[in-house]
Design a protein around this ligand. Structure first.
Ligand SMILES: NC(=O)c1ccc[n+]([C@@H]2O[C@H](COP(=O)([O-])OP(=O)(O)OC[C@H]3O[C@@H](n4cnc5c(N)ncnc54)[C@H](OP(=O)(O)O)[C@@H]3O)[C@@H](O)[C@H]2O)c1
Length: 321
C-alpha cells in the first residue's frame, strides 16, 4: 500500500503506524505492564521490517519513558533519522500554553536523533490556556524549526476548526486529529469530525484501532484473558463478557474474510479502517509482542473488496446499535 500525506504537510506516512503507550514502563494507572527494552527493540524492528514508517508517542506515556524507549529501539533497528516519521504529544493538564515551549526541549532530547515531525495537543481539556493560545504556541515551534507539523488529539469538530483557524493565521496547517476510531467506535461519522477533517484536509489518526485487542478475536476465543486485563483497561474500552457476546457476529465475519485473505482477524479490522474512510484515516495500533507489529504492518497489504468493506460496516452498525 502506498504512503499517505499527513494532512497538507507534505510529510508522507505509511497508512499504519505504531503506537507506543505499551512502552510507558508500566506502573499504576497504566494500561500495560512494563516491557523490557529488548522486547521493545524487537517490536519496533518487526514494525520497521514490515514497512511501517511512522511511530507515535507522548509525553504522557510514562513521563517521556515511551519516547526514550522508542528512539532507542529505532536506533537499535538501524533506522536513520529522516527515514521515519515520529510524532509525540504535549500533556495540557493544569498547564498554560507556555509549557509547550518550555517542554519541547525534553521531547526533542527524548526522541533524539529523530526529529519531532508531528507534535500534538493530547486532549482538548485541562489546560489553563485557550485552544487558540495552545495552537499559537505550537505554531511558534514550527516557526522556530523545532517541530515539523502540528496535530491535536481527542478534539471535536468545533475544536478542530478553532485550532485550524489559529494555525492558519501563522501559515501552518493543522495536520491531524488523533481520535478513537475502530469497527466498534465510529462516532466520527455522526459528530462532524470526519466531515470537518475532509473539508479542511486534516488526517484522522485512529487510536485504539483494535479496541484494545477485542478486534483481534483473541478475547472471544479465550474469555479467561479478559480477567487478566487491568481493570482500568477493561472499563475504558468496554471489554466485558457482555460486549464479547454482543460483538460475536462481527468477529465471525472478520474471521471469514480473514480466512479468504490468509490473514488474521486483527489485520482485517485494521485493513477496514484504512480502506473504508479513504485516505482520511490512518491507524496507530499498539503492540506488546513483535508478532503484533508484524501483523499490523501486514494489514497494509490486504486489499478488501467493496463488498467486504460494506459487509463489515453493516455488521459493525448492527452490533453497536
Ligand atoms: N491520543 C490518545 O488519547 C490515545 C489514547 C489511547 C491510545 N493512543 C495511542 O494509540 C495506540 C493504540 O491504542 P492501544 O494500544 O491502546 O489499543 P489497540 O491498538 O486497539 O490494541 C493494542 C493491544 O491489542 C493487542 N494486540 C495488538 N495486536 C495484536 C495481535 N496481532 N494479536 C493479538 N493481540 C494484539 C495487544 O494487547 P495485549 O498487550 O494485551 O496483548 C495490544 O497491546 C496506543 O499505543 C497509543 O499510542 C492514543
Amino acid at each position: 500500500m502506498t504512503t499517505r500525506e499527513l494532512g497538507r504537510t507534505g510529510v508522507r506516512i505509511s497508512p499504519i503506524g505504531l503506537g507506543s503507550a505499551q512502552f510507558s514502563g508500566g506502573g499504576s494507572g497504566t494500561f500495560f505492564p512494563a516491557l523490557a527494552q529488548s522486547q521493545v527493540d524487537a517490536i519496533v524492528k518487526a514494525a520497521v521490517d514490515g514497512g511501517i514508517t511512522w511511530f507515535d508517542s507522548a509525553e504522557g506515556y510514562g513521563k517521556g519513558r515511551s519516547e526514550r524507549s522508542l528512539s532507542a529501539a529505532l536506533a537499535h533497528a538501524g533506522t536513520q533519522p529522516g527515514n521515519v516519521t515520529v510524532s509525540t504529544k504535549w500533556t495540557p493538564l493544569v498547564r498554560t500554553a507556555r509549557s509547550i515551549e518550555r517542554t519541547i526541549g525534553d521531547r526533542i532530547a527524548n526522541l533524539a536523533p529523530y526529529p519531532v515531525d508531528l507534535h500534538q495537543i493530547h486532549v482538548p481539556y485541562g489546560s489553563l490556556s485557550s485552544i487558540r493560545a495552545q495552537a499559537r504556541a505550537m505554531a511558534h515551534l514550527v516557526e522556530a524549526g523545532k517541530i515539523r507539523s502540528v496535530g491535536v488529539s481527542n478534539f471535536s469538530a468545533r475544536q478542530m476548526e478553532t485550532a485550524h483557524q489559529e494555525l492558519a493565521e501563522h501559515g501552518v496547517p493543522l495536520a491531524a486529529n488523533q481520535i478513537q476510531i475502530n469497527l466498534l467506535h465510529r462516532k466520527i461519522e455522526t459528530n462532524g469530525v470526519l466531515e470537518t477533517a475532509r473539508r479542511l484536509g486534516i488526517t484522522l489518526i485512529a487510536y485504539v484501532p483494535l479496541r484494545s485487542g477485542m478486534l483481534t478475536g483473541k478475547l472471544h476465543a479465550d474469555r479467561t484473558l479478559v480477567a487478566r486485563l487491568p481493570r482500568q483497561r477493561r472499563l475504558l474500552t468496554g471489554i466485558s463478557t457482555k460486549s464479547l457476546d454482543r460483538t460475536t457476529p462481527l468477529i465471525e465475519e472478520l474471521r471469514t474474510i480473514a480466512a479468504a485473505h490468509r490473514a488474521t482477524v486483527g489485520q482485517v479490522a485494521l485493513a477496514w479502517l484504512i480502506t473504508y474512510y479513504g485516505d482520511t484515516v490512518v491507524a496507530t495500533p499498539g503492540a506488546s509482542k513483535p508478532h503484533h507489529a508484524e501483523e499490523a504492518a501486514g494489514a497494509m497489504k490486504i486489499a478488501l473488496s467493496d463488498e467486504e468493506t460494506r459487509r463489515l460496516a453493516d455488521l459493525s452498525t448492527q452490533v453497536t446499535r
